[in-house]
Design a binder for this molecule. Structure first.
Ligand SMILES: [Zn+2]
Length: 203
């Protein structure tokens, strides 16, 4: 059947949607640089603080490579700590406003595990989620969220974090997502400031 407004069939819609996901996934060149950050085996013994450290490291690499905004995220198995996927912000380089680090990491993890639900996983993000990523988290099925810098730290260098409910953490926890904030906050803030000082694009 063809959609009366667009002239596209559902199959064509699905094909184009897949193309968009592949744009989000087209970051392997950065994530595999040095052979570390997208290697499941190499990350099998990650500990709590190291998980968020890795997300911050990805953010730092993204700034150093000039490949996007100063944000990184990873998805780990909640039980074993095994790395499932990493993500970086590629909004400007992929020309895609959806391509925040968390969205990229969630997309990669879902593709990697061949499921739209990440019920055994946790997300570590170099900065607290913006309004868009906050909205995406419950539908991803992840069980816990670790955050480095606060949203206010990103806003302090000019980023728009969107309108979030004042009690957003309680809202996530009501939906079964445990939230831990301020994990290596100073290190994460330092990446934000390095980006600002490098003259990176702020949006
Ligand atoms: Zn976001």
């Amino acid at each position: 059947m063809i959609d009366s407004k667009t002239g596209l069939s559902p199959k064509e819609f699905a094909r184009r949607a897949r193309e968009i996901v592949w744009i989000l996934l087209d970051v392997d060149g950065v994530l595999t640089d040095g052979g570390l950050y997208y290697d499941r085996r190499g990350a099998s013994v990650l500990k709590f603080d190291v998980r968020d450290g890795l997300a911050i490291k990805l953010a730092q690499m993204n700034v150093e490579h000039n490949t996007g905004g100063p944000f990184g995220a990873i998805i780990c198995s909640a039980q074993t700590g095994q790395l499932v996927a990493g993500g970086i912000n590629v909004v400007t380089t992929a020309r895609c406003s959806l391509a925040h680090a968390e969205m990229v990491a969630l997309s990669l993890a879902q593709q990697s595990l061949n499921s739209h639900l990440l019920t055994e996983c946790e997300l570590a993000s170099s900065t607290e989620p913006c309004a868009m990523c906050l909205g995406a988290i419950p539908w991803s099925g992840i069980r816990s969220l670790l955050c480095g810098a606060r949203g206010a730290d990103a806003e302090a260098i000019g980023f728009d974090e969107g309108t979030k409910p004042r009690l957003w953490r309680a809202g996530l926890e009501r939906r079964g997502v445990q939230v831990t904030r301020d994990v290596m906050r100073e290190e994460a803030r330092a990446v934000l400031h390095a980006y600002k000082e490098s003259g990176g694009s702020i949006y």
